[in-house]
Write a protein of this length. Structure first.
Ligand SMILES: Cc1cc2nc3c(=O)[nH]c(=O)nc-3n(C[C@H](O)[C@H](O)[C@H](O)COP(=O)(O)O)c2cc1C
Length: 254
């Protein structure tokens, strides 16, 4: 499989960023060469100890539960350490063919409609979200041995919302959004050249929100809360959205 095949062509149309699964030739090659690889062996056995999560203390709605945990990550109650940057989250997307990719983004808001983050609409993640409007977000709050998985359908946020959030960004980040053709292959000086160009263009003026920049919202149909415990006997509770709009809560085996 060529590198082009692996990473897709950013200049390509939005519908098929990453074509096709790995070819058999590539898999055979990997199997042949695997014995030559030096194994990085990790034998640590960290023990996680979070406050126990029980059905009795779970909120009836996952949004409420998320709010409680997020507030505890920011301002922890006695005995729990604070979480550095709890809004940092791993967002997983996939192509129409089902090839996944993941990367970190910053959660910028959450309400009954879903979980919002902002990005470039021509980036790899956005091209994948256009081709396959489903995503998963994973929060890992190491300090508190907590994990949350959100799975749902996605939609772009209203233009007005993107513009009003963009207006709150520092000027440098606003100009960066104009300069960066996110996920595109570029030359060594392209970014600086483009930044210089947009600095000139917006000199003495407010920086508008570019058309190619804005938010995505994940409207969840599944949210799981994971709380780490000793001997890998963690607590897991999954909320699943039912046809009648109610959330069904199940405990899952760790
Ligand atoms: C902690 C952290 C937060 C980030 N936040 C964002 C973000 O909010 N939006 C964004 O577009 N990229 C963000 N990035 C960069 C992305 O991880 C990624 O490199 C970029 O969006 C391009 O991804 P893509 O090529 O898969 O589209 C962040 C990276 C880190 C490590």
């Amino acid at each position: 499989m060529s590198a082009q095949h692996m990473f897709g062509d950013p200049s390509n149309s939005s519908s098929q960023p990453n074509p096709g699964p790995p070819s058999p030739t590539r898999s055979t090659h990997r199997a042949d060469s695997i014995s030559k690889h030096k194994l990085v062996q990790i034998t640590s056995h960290n023990q996680y100890t979070s406050p126990r999560l029980t059905r009795e203390i779970l909120a009836p709605s996952p949004l409420e539960q998320f709010r409680t945990w997020f507030a505890e990550a920011q301002s922890p109650p006695n005995g729990l350490p604070a979480v550095a940057e709890p809004e940092a989250t791993c967002i997983s997307t996939s192509t129409a063919a089902g090839i996944p990719s993941a990367r970190m983004v910053l959660l910028r808001g959450v309400d009954e409609r879903g979980f919002v983050f902002f990005t470039n609409y021509t980036s790899r993640k956005s091209r994948e979200l256009i081709a396959n409007p489903h995503a998963s977000m994973t929060f890992y709050w190491k300090e508190q041995a907590r994990q949350i998985r959100v799975v749902g359908t996605v939609e772009k946020v209203e233009r007005e919302e993107s513009e009003s959030y963009f207006a709150t960004r520092p000027r440098g980040s606003q100009l960066g959004a104009w300069a960066s053709q996110q996920s595109k292959e570029i030359g060594e000086t392209t970014l600086q050249d483009r930044l210089d160009k947009f600095e000139k263009e917006f000199e003495g003026k407010e920086v508008d929100c570019p058309e190619h920049w804005g938010g995505w919202r994940i409207d969840p149909f599944e949210i799981e809360f994971w709380s780490g415990h000793t001997s890998r006997l963690h607590d897991r509770f999954r909320y699943l959205l039912q046809d009648n709009g109610e959330w069904k809560i199940d405990r899952l085996s760790p």
